[in-house]
Design a protein around this ligand. Structure first.
Ligand code: HAM
Length: 430
């Protein structure tokens, strides 16, 4: 499909939401395919949860004073007076499903992944949508720091398959209920004496969610946050050792990282490790491709005894934007390896039958019978990233032959029509 100019129609997609057109599906298919196969390789099992959930699940799980719960949820009341929201993230939903379905009786750890939309009423901008798509991974029932590192390894595994390099891992630990209160006190003391110099949002955060003071983007606050006491200096031995081990595993995996003392994440459930991975060129803009961390207290909070867990989510929209920006060529399993080009009346007629014969022979083939010139058809074949074009023109139709064009090298070869299936299969296998 060719690119269309946008026209002002009577109805438009809701602000911050968009259509994913056929020409974009190749990227989505490929990214989802790579994520699913990588999830399997790392022994994750798939779980789908409802898009609508009980509002209180997020009020309790994500946290009352988080941006998500305070300002970003799409909520509704059903005819039966149930208060529901469009899920703003997966983690509380997956934990609910884990508890509700008794998955805690399975051998530990339980490793679950999901792919789907999330909804946040944020200010739309590049890479930030009100309906965004995540691939979400959770490992429940294991506190070993190797799992934290393995999740980051999984992200790099996926990126490598997609041809994405030049990524920066941001690491921090935000402690646990044992060490965080004394750090919070320290932080609040530091900020109290600077209260008049911070933005009004931060003045609120000082009362409700002091850790979030550290990641305020307001220029007034950035400098103050940079000089604030760092949690890393206040971690208890347990958190400190855990974090050190995570970093050692990353060293072992040769995954480069930066310690970012201001990375606190916008969700309340985290303990110990938190991380985000940014593209290099966006450094400073904090447009994370993925984010996650450990949440050892959430499962108890939502209704069961202490069960440690760790997870992360990948922003699919941002991954796809980056693949496009960096002009990475994508081929998908569903990309047909061959494209049938037809020219002239006789060529067109013969191609119609040949198209079916090739399909019957088990070959995936694309064509554009409504286009008549070789240039237009090869252009489509190139955009589809096919490996070979088969060209059947007037001359070939008379000679009972066909041209095989290698779309990478541009070289062409004429073969007899009766041998085309065998010849093309041989080339595809290579
Ligand atoms: P999060 O950092 O809010 O974490 O989202 C994870 C990723 O989703 C982000 O890094 C970003 O790529 C993408 N994302 C989030 N919001 C948007 C948006 N409005 N537009 C485009 N992309 C977006 C979580 O959601 C946690 N539940 C992750 C997690 C799983 N932690 C533990 N387990």
């Amino acid at each position: 499909m060719t690119k269309k100019s946008k026209s002002k129609s009577k109805f438009q997609a809701p602000r911050g939401m968009r259509d994913i057109l056929p020409e974009e599906q190749l990227y989505w298919e490929k990214v989802k395919q790579v994520i699913s196969s990588s999830a399997k390789a790392f022994e994750f099992e798939k779980i789908d949860t409802p898009i609508l959930e009980d509002k209180d699940l997020f009020v309790k799980g994500t946290g009352l004073y988080t941006d998500i719960v305070e300002k970003e949820m799409y909520s509704l009341t059903t005819r039966g007076r149930d208060k529901l929201v469009l899920r703003p993230e997966f983690t509380p939903s997956v934990v609910r499903a884990y508890l509700e379905n008794g998955l805690f009786s399975l051998p530990n750890p339980v490793k679950l992944y999901s792919i789907g939309p999330i909804f946040r009423y944020e200010r739309p901008q590049k890479g930030r949508y009100r309906q965004a798509y995540q691939a979400n991974f959770e490992v429940i029932g294991e506190q070993d720091p190797i799992i934290d590192a393995q999740l980051i390894q999984l992200f790099f595994f996926i990126c490598k398959k997609l041809g994405l390099k030049k990524l920066i891992t941001q690491m921090n630990s935000i402690g646990c209920p044992e060490c965080r209160p004394s750090y919070r006190k320290k932080l609040m003391n530091y900020y109290r004496s600077r209260k008049k110099d911070i933005c009004s949002n931060c003045q609120k955060r000082l009362k409700q969610n002091p850790l979030r003071l550290l990641d305020c983007k307001n220029i007034k606050c950035v400098d103050i946050a940079e000089k604030a006491p760092q949690i890393i200096d206040c971690l208890c031995d347990n958190c400190n050792n855990h974090f050190k081990s995570v970093l050692e595993y990353l060293d072992e995996l040769e995954i480069p990282y930066i310690l970012n003392p201001r990375l606190v994440r916008g969700l309340d459930y985290y303990t110990k490790t938190v991380f985000e991975i940014w593209p290099e060129e966006e450094n400073g803009r904090q447009i994370s491709l993925c984010g996650g961390g450990r949440y050892d207290k959430l499962i108890k909070l939502l209704g069961r005894k202490d069960i440690p867990a760790v997870g992360f989510a990948i922003g699919l929209d941002r991954i796809i934007n980056l693949i496009k920006e960096r002009e990475i060529k994508i081929t998908s399993k569903s990309t047909p390896p061959i494209f049938l080009v037809q020219l002239g009346d006789l060529g067109k007629r013969k191609s119609l039958k040949l198209f079916e014969e090739l399909q019957q022979a088990g070959l995936k083939i694309a064509s554009s019978f409504s286009k008549n010139t070789i240039k237009a058809q090869l252009k489509i074949a190139d955009r589809m990233n096919v490996r070979f074009a088969l060209i059947l023109g007037q001359k070939e139709a008379i000679d009972e032959s066909i041209i095989i064009r290698d779309m990478i090298s541009g070289s062409q070869e004429v073969v007899h029509l009766s041998k085309i299936v065998k010849e093309i299969k041989k080339r595809i296998k290579k």
